[in-house]
Design a protein around this ligand. Structure first.
Ligand code: GLN
Length: 273
């Protein structure tokens, strides 16, 4: 079988599973053959490779996310290793980075609460060569992934990755003060209808936050003033309907807030001052 024919068959197989069936097939083929997507045109399949590719396609047909199958996801132009211990970085969160860098262009000391793969923290550190930062997460599995990403991006010397849980009293003691705090906390409503690729494969602890998806904002936001340097700001990712509720929580904690959109024009980040 030629690569072109195998890709056509795989895209048809995945049409019911994925909105991006052809792209998924190409990414899985590139992974099976150990080449980049653009180099697929130059390759042909060796004896065992059709079966290897078919096995990957069947995993995807069972709703496993492509990023977990290949172990990698690009974010803000950089590769991040991902495992089922971490949420898969999303394009939505790239707009959180853009919002943060527009609102606070040269941060010196950055904190990322719930860092997961480290995507938000490590992207800001890569974009801001003078910055140092800390990423916290309650998941040891996620921290291991974040540490690997920091090393792979050459940022291990500027990123401390620390186990901490903002639901535990005293978690923030001794962390210091930060001029930019980032967070993409869990914010999905407990009974929200989710794509099976998300619901059955991504870590529930990184997604769900009580009946309204607001539990983590209610716990985290009141603790942010003690962590902010004078004139520091916090930039939090939100669900697109959550701007008013998160702004109200922030107002009680003494913050003024501005809601900013993602590339689709939907509310996606809130800037707290
Ligand atoms: N944007 C993610 C989703 O809807 C949720 C991320 C989160 O809860 N922080 O799948």
């Amino acid at each position: 079988m030629t690569i072109a024919a195998a890709l056509r068959a795989a895209a048809a197989r995945l049409a019911a599973t994925s909105d991006t069936a052809r792209l998924d097939a190409e990414v899985l083929m590139a992974h099976a053959l150990g080449v980049s997507r653009s180099d697929l045109l130059l390759r042909h399949m060796d004896a065992q490779e059709p079966a290897m590719f078919a096995a990957l396609v069947e995993r995807r047909a069972g709703h496993e996310p492509v990023a977990y199958i290949v172990g990698n996801q690009e974010f803000y132009g950089r590769p991040f290793r991902v495992t089922p211990a971490t949420l898969i970085p999303r394009a939505d969160s790239e707009s959180v980075v853009e919002t943060a860098l527009a609102a606070y262009p040269s941060p010196q000391h950055v904190l990322d609460c719930g860092t997961g793969t480290g995507a938000l923290l490590l992207t800001v550190l890569a974009e801001c060569p003078a910055a140092t930062g800390m990423g916290i997460d309650c998941s040891p599995g996620a921290l291991a992934v974040a540490r690997g990403n920091a090393a792979a991006l050459g940022l291990a010397g500027r990123a401390r990755l620390v186990e901490a849980d903002w639901n535990q009293p005293g978690w923030a003691a001794g962390l210091g003060h930060f001029d930019l705090i980032l967070a993409n906390p869990p914010y999905v409503e407990a009974d929200a209808p989710l794509d099976p690729a998300v619901r059955d494969h991504e870590p529930a602890g990184a997604l769900f936050a009580g009946p309204e998806g607001l539990d983590d904002y209610r716990v985290l936001i009141p603790q942010l003033p003690a962590l902010l340097a004078p004139d520091g700001i916090a930039v939090l990712e939100i669900g697109h309907t959550q701007g008013p509720a998160v702004s109200a929580i922030a107002a009680v904690a003494g913050f003024s807030s501005e809601v900013r959109p993602d590339l689709a024009g939907r509310p996606r980040a809130v800037v707290l001052r």
